[in-house]
Design a protein around this ligand. Sequence first.
Ligand SMILES: [Zn+2]
Length: 163
Amino acid sequence: MVKKCIMCTKEIADEAKKCPYCRSDQTFFERHKSGVLLSLFAVLLLFAFSPEIRYYFSNVDSAPYLDDISISDSSIRFKTDNYGVYAVVIGNLTNNTPYTWKGVSFELSLYNANDELMDTMQLRDYGVFSAGKSLKFRLQTPVDIKENEYDHFKLKLIAATTQ
Ligand SMILES: [Zn+2]
């Protein structure tokens, strides 16, 4: 009976422990089976429990983490050109999650003095918000309002993505 060498694929005797052509050990997996399986298991465990590892393989659902990303020092100003009115919102985002987010989505709502909603929109900043760090963000959007009716705004985080 013959088998094929696991390395060079030449036909060798079935009972050969080493290939006579390339000298490769034919029994490596048999002798190291428990070690190989244990290593695979350890990698699976790492994959399941480590946020850093999961981060590289999949997009993380941001919903459970949004409370740990905070907006501070946000301010708004308006620009007017031939095409209409633009809102520019800047602020600081502090990321107290274990993840680095490569894009954060906001909901911007504009109100008049009676707290009536004038316009609302979803906006995205494609900055890289590193874990444990603070970074400035900037959002710009055309808005459908008269600037003299505007009174205040609300800015809410709605999602973040890791890829
Ligand atoms: Zn061989």
